[in-house]
Design a protein around this ligand. Structure first.
Ligand SMILES: [Zn+2]
Ligand SMILES: [Zn+2]
Ligand SMILES: [Zn+2]
Length: 325
């Protein structure tokens, strides 16, 4: 049973989930023949929570419970005798889902059609909508780990959703900063940022309809790229079907550009959206963060929480723009 511990000094929340140590790792194995996410192997995974049909009797996207969850909906007791239990430990309540993005044994979003990726994004939207209706859940993070260096344990294309009864620290910090800016300037800081990025163009990577991609001004790793809607929107669940298509196309373009610069490309893609019950929808703006994993986090990052980026974001953006002429 996963457990949520709170560090008594820094207040940092940590999920203790021993079962996850038993996760499969198919990077060494034969691939599709032993892959639990491939079509025909559905009996190796829990039953689908949601399935999008391919129109020919099969599925195109499946949502399944994570077999090795970091959090759980039915956790009423935890077994530990830690001295800090009374103050800092509780069951790790929440939900952990896997979104299998294709029945085919492929690895990255550039191998999906734009239509297929748009459908995956709409599944993100629908799962976020679903969990937003659950009163005990406050926030959900959707993310992708692509490549072993980025933390993937199965190479078959998939994403994950972790929904929690609290707002995680990274989001809470962004919300705090955005709210302070809003109170001072009366506008969303993300709207201001993307307006400046579009005018200046130095860090711009690409645009597609209502979306823009640029290298983050203070990117933590070389080529860290953010994708935002140009029109203000706090919740990803506001995404329309048409927008999903443009967003899919831009994401494929960004990953394709990254692939020309980094071989093999490993990255984390993270969706940051406002908490479900957010009372300040004017100050927060949903976005995707694509963080290529070119270097392991080392002592200074772990020890001081300060990242060292060896590539100027403006130079990274130029390289990405030039990658596909
Ligand atoms: Zn597979
Ligand atoms: Zn905004
Ligand atoms: Zn963010």
């Amino acid at each position: 049973m996963p457990e949520l511990r709170i560090d008594p000094i820094a207040g940092r929340k940590v999920l203790i989930a021993e079962d996850r140590a038993g996760r499969p790792n198919d990077f060494e194995s034969a691939g599709a023949s032993s892959c639990p996410f491939c079509a025909g192997h559905e009996q190796r995974t829990p039953r689908s929570l949601l399935e999008i049909s391919d129109g020919q009797g099969g599925w195109q996207v499946r949502v399944i419970p994570n077999l090795y969850p970091a959090v759980s909906l039915d956790c009423d007791k935890i077994s530990n005798d830690s001295s800090f239990q009374a103050s800092g430990s509780q069951p790790a309540y929440g939900t952990h889902e896997v979104i299998v993005e294709s029945p085919r044994h492929i690895q990255d979003i550039t191998e999906l059609s734009t239509e297929e990726l748009a459908q995956v994004l709409l599944v993100y939207r629908d799962r976020l909508q679903h969990w937003s209706e659950e009163k005990s859940i406050q926030h959900a993070t959707v993310f992708k780990n692509v490549g072993r260096v980025a933390g993937a344990s199965l190479e078959h294309i998939h994403s994950q959703l972790v929904a929690l009864p609290f707002v995680p620290e990274v989001i809470a910090n962004e919300i705090r900063g955005a709210k302070q800016f809003y109170e001072r300037k009366g506008t969303c800081i993300f709207c201001r940022l993307l307006q400046e990025e579009l005018e200046q163009g130095e860090r711009l990577v690409g645009e597609e309809g209502p979306f823009v991609a640029f290298c983050a001004y203070a990117g933590r790793q070389p080529f860290e790229t953010w994708v935002l809607p140009k029109q203000h929107a706090s919740h990803f669940k506001q995404l329309t079907d048409d927008e999903a298509h443009s967003l899919a196309s831009l994401l494929q373009q960004v990953v394709c550009r990254l692939q020309t610069q980094l071989k093999p490309l490993s990255y984390n893609l993270i969706l940051h959206t406002a908490p479900f019950g957010d009372q300040t929808p004017d100050s927060y703006h949903w976005h995707l963060e694509i963080i290529p994993r070119t270097a392991q986090l080392a002592g200074f990052e772990w020890g001081a929480g300060v990242h060292i980026n060896s590539l100027l974001p403006e130079r990274a953006a130029k390289l990405l723009r030039e990658a596909i002429a």
